[in-house]
Unconditional design. Structure first.
Lengths: 552, 344
């Protein structure tokens, strides 16, 4: 029996998972239209490599990864591309994003694809293959998996498979583990191979006994020495950092990555995706989605990416009082602005909602500092203080009190007896701080450029003055030596040579010679600031803080 | 209106329900109060409730806040009840009205209303009364069976509202100094503690009758703990410190210092430990901070009782510790996940 650890806080909302685990995973029928966004992953959107009117095969690349943090996008079925345009997607901003519209031809005609013998392959090539197969974190964070598999500065001792699935209502990982455990286990071995070893822990919350049994059996049959660990059911126990804590007792330091403490974490569905990509050469074209809530028959479906939500909810018969749909769970999900929105790699759950299912919270009262939020916070924060600072726009104070360690799990809002939408205050404060930092950097940059321009004017003025002085000096010397005509000639020649030399020297980029101490100090200061900006730019390019598979 | 943001589910818990359960937890103490001292306290509580709700409504209206929305939160009612339980039940009617109105209007609403007041409103009300009307604040009822005359409910009402006593009855015959007060005055007369406690007003642990009321508040407090409305930190740290301080002095000099249990069951110690110091708005928001806050209050309560000029120190100890709350909270911040060394 493995020693398990606890994290502070957490809540026990009603699970509501039984509804969608009565039947197995069904395949959703082919929709009449697919809308495939080019950004279904964290990082830069993929670059379209097909044109309107092109006929594409199932699995054909339609979006090329563009940049370090990016991933590929594929045609989910065979058919014709009829549009490449901005369309509404599931995003908190409500802004549309670039999508390809694909009208299926109904033939499901695959592009040629083949398995890879991963054990005899170079891990770099395997990572490239995952990137080109569009394998990203399917727990919801959709961070490109190939980046998480790159060798870091530290060896990975522990690979954790996240099958916790702590959010109420969601059961897609549960059902996947029950039905496709062997593939998940094979996928985990592939990821372990790419990470070059280490133990493998599979963390599953103890409210999923069937999934635990299926995974244990699959591990036993595979002969791998993986450990399937039943972890206590508590929200947000499926958040990567919290699960790592429970399984290993380690805390990922604030602002660091799990790899910094020798741990890497993947969602079980991501393992399954990696397995399909390497063992069958199939890119990620579909995912398992729980469709539940205010419906007659909740169930999990294997859904082609790009399927509009409308087609999915038709499968489960939403009850008449359904008035909205959520993507994701009730704790961290997003209300959808329309049912035209397509299903993407991040969509683990669609919940039909009504006021009966999710009664509207009573109007908020002031905070009475009852500490229930602090008792529930899995990051050991003091939400009531952060709320106070966010509300009064004391953003520096909020940052000082570790605002950016908030994982926005919603546990504080859940327990608040005053019904204050705490998470929204924290999201607001975070975005304000980010905007201010951006403005500050832009202002620094502008000031730097202005200062350099001033310096350049000053330098040119000085150079002109020096040149003029030198010329005057030369002119004074000429009459004194004019007694001998031959000498005078010689002197003229010498003077011309000197002038030419001077000009040549001036035209060479030797601007920094012979400067005053003040000018040199100015240059040094500007160089230092530039180096600082470079640092900042570099750190901004690095992968963001939490690219774990959060909150499945 | 349906929620636009996650989470879309929440615990069915409201400020109003929490306050209501605190009010319910006061009932055992109140019942024992009525049993031992007669129903006058109920009149005080009713007066305090009406004044609290009226003042709250008036202040909300003056501050342009939704009256109905806030009036239902039960917080003003709780302030009124706690104040009524802190002052003598036989005090003239206007005493509890003035105290409650001051607590709600000045100590609560002038600082921004619910959630924003730095000082415990009920204790501010108490402090104002004991400083402004010290004489009326000594009209504590004699428990049943101890006074020379039986003072009925109608007589009590007549005195509270009209200041009239029945013929041939003096005020001294129906009221008495509190057990804490008596102890203090007698100690000044160099009587030993043991001899003082043999007086008929004392019971097994502390004052006859009042010790039972304290026991009632202790019961209610245990309910609050069981219902997870309060945590153990404040009652344990407060009662522990009070016990330790009283114990040290008692062990050193039992003729001049009463035993720790006497202090636990005298005055407002139990009410303070479970109902007053645990006010979330005016207390610290860290567990370590709660321990420091309540230990400080326990020590101050003992020092005021033993060496100060007021018989009980609960109110002043609470207010003095309320002042320290921001500092305590700042220096007791818990370590954030992944940040072992955290000092904002």
């Amino acid at each position: 029996m493995r020693t398990l650890y606890q994290f502070h806080g957490g809540i026990h909302p009603p699970g509501n998972k039984e509804q969608s685990t009565q039947c197995g995973i069904a395949r959703a029928p082919l929709p009449s239209k697919l809308v495939i966004p080019f950004r279904q992953h964290a990082g830069a959107a993929a670059k379209p490599v097909v044109r309107v009117g092109d006929h594409v095969l199932k699995g054909q690349l339609i979006g090329m990864p563009d940049g370090f943090i990016s991933s590929a996008v594929h045609a989910s079925t065979s058919g014709t591309i009829t549009a490449i345009a901005a369309q509404p997607i599931a995003h908190p901003s409500g802004l549309p994003d670039l999508c390809a519209t694909l009208i299926p031809d109904g033939r499901e005609e695959w592009i040629p694809h083949a398995a890879t013998d991963y054990r005899n392959s170079d891990p770099t090539e395997l990572r490239r293959q995952l990137r080109m197969s569009g394998v990203v974190g399917l727990g919801g964070a959709v961070f490109p998996s190939d980046i998480k598999l790159r060798p870091g500065n530290r060896k990975i001792d522990t690979l954790i498979l996240n099958g916790a699935e702590c959010e109420p209502y969601i059961t897609c990982d549960d059902m996947l583990m029950r039905e496709r455990a062997a593939e998940i286990v094979q996928g985990a071995e592939m990821l372990r191979f790419m990470l070059e070893g280490g133990e493998v822990l599979i963390g599953i919350e103890d409210n999923k006994p069937q999934a635990i049994a299926a995974m244990r059996q699959a591990v036993a049959e595979s002969g791998f020495s993986f450990d399937v660990v039943a972890v206590p059911t508590i929200y947000p126990g499926g958040s990567a950092k919290q699960l790592i804590r429970v399984l290993t007792g380690l805390e990922v330091p604030s602002g660091k990555l799990p790899t910094d403490i020798g741990v890497q974490c993947f969602n079980v569905a991501t393992c399954y995706g990696a397995y399909r990509a390497l063992a069958h050469g199939e890119p990620v074209l579909s995912r398992i989605v729980t469709i539940t809530g205010n419906v007659r028959r909740a169930q999990n479906f294997e859904v082609l990416l790009g399927t509009p939500v409308r087609d999915l909810v038709a499968l489960v018969e939403a009850l008449p009082d359904t008035d909205r749909y959520l993507m994701g769970g009730p704790m961290m999900g997003l209300p959808l602005s329309s049912t035209d929105i397509p299903l993407v790699k991040a969509s683990n759950c669609i919940i039909a909602a009504s006021d009966r299912l999710f009664p509207p919270a009573p109007p908020a009262l002031p905070c009475i500092r009852c500490m229930r939020c602090a008792e529930a916070c899995p990051a050991d924060l003091q939400p009531m203080d952060l709320f106070w600072f966010s509300q009064s726009k004391e953003f520096d104070k909020a940052q000082q009190f570790s605002l950016f360690d908030c994982i926005e799990c919603g546990a504080c809002s859940y327990v608040c007896p005053s019904h204050i939408p705490l998470v929204q205050y924290f999201q607001f404060a975070k975005s304000e701080i980010r905007a201010r930092e951006h403005d500050q950097q832009a202002a620094d940059h502008a000031r730097e450029r202005h200062e350099f321009r001033e310096y350049r004017f000053e330098r040119e003025k000085q150079e002109k003055a020096e040149k003029l002085a030198a010329r005057e000096q030369a002119a004074k010397q000429v009459p004194a030596a004019s007694a001998n005509p031959a000498d005078a000639m010689q002197q003229k020649i010498q003077a011309a040579i000197a002038r030419a030399r001077e000009q040549a020297a001036a035209s060479q980029p030797k601007n920094t010679d012979h400067l005053t101490a003040q000018q040199q100090a100015e240059i040094a200061e500007i160089e230092a600031r530039r180096a600082h900006i470079h640092e900042l730019a570099k750190s901004a390019d690095e992968p963001p803080d939490d690219h774990g598979e959060s909150h499945s | 209106m349906s929620a636009l943001f996650s989470p879309f589910i929440s615990k069915p818990d409201t400020v109003s329900a929490i306050m209501l359960r605190v009010l319910l937890a006061l009932l055992p103490g109140i019942a024992l109060y009525v049993w031992h001292f007669g129903p006058a306290i109920l009149v005080s509580i009713a007066l305090a409730s009406l004044t609290a709700l009226g003042t709250e409504a008036l202040m909300l209206r003056l501050r342009n806040r939704p009256v109905r929305h806030f009036l239902g939160d039960n917080s003003a009612l709780l302030t009124g009840w706690l104040l009524a339980l802190s002052i003598p039940p036989l005090a003239p009617w206007w005493l509890v009205v003035v105290g409650t109105a001051f607590a709600i209007a000045i100590a609560k609403h002038l600082y921004g209303g619910l959630g924003n007041n730095p000082f415990n409103p009920a204790m501010i009300g108490y402090a104002v009364l004991i400083i402004s009307f010290p004489a009326q604040m000594t009209h504590w009822l004699t428990p049943h069976g101890l006074g020379p005359v039986e003072f009925g409910f109608l007589d009590q009402l007549k005195y509270m509202f009209a200041g009239a006593l029945p013929p041939n009855v003096t005020l001294d015959a129906v009221t008495m100094a509190t057990p804490l007060d008596t102890l203090k005055t007698r100690l000044h007369l160099d009587e030993p503690v043991r001899q003082i406690l043999e007086m008929p007003i004392y019971g097994r642990l502390a004052g006859q009758g009042s010790e039972m009321v304290s026991l009632g508040f202790l019961l209610g407090g245990l309910y609050l703990l069981a219902a997870r409305i309060i945590t153990w930190h404040i009652p344990v740290a407060f009662l522990g410190t009070l016990f330790a301080a009283a114990g040290i002095f008692h062990l050193a000099d039992p003729t001049h210092y009463a035993a720790p249990l006497f202090h636990w069951f005298s005055g407002a110690a139990m009410l303070g430990a479970f109902f007053i110091l645990t006010d979330p708005v005016t207390g610290p928001t860290t567990n370590k901070g709660k321990l420091i806050f309540a230990a400080g209050a326990g020590l101050l309560t003992y020092l005021i009782r033993a060496f100060g000029s007021f018989p009980d120190g609960m109110a002043f100890a609470t207010l003095l510790m309320n002042i320290c709350v921001p500092l305590i909270v700042l220096y007791t911040q818990p370590a954030v996940f992944g940040k072992k060394d955290k000092r904002p």
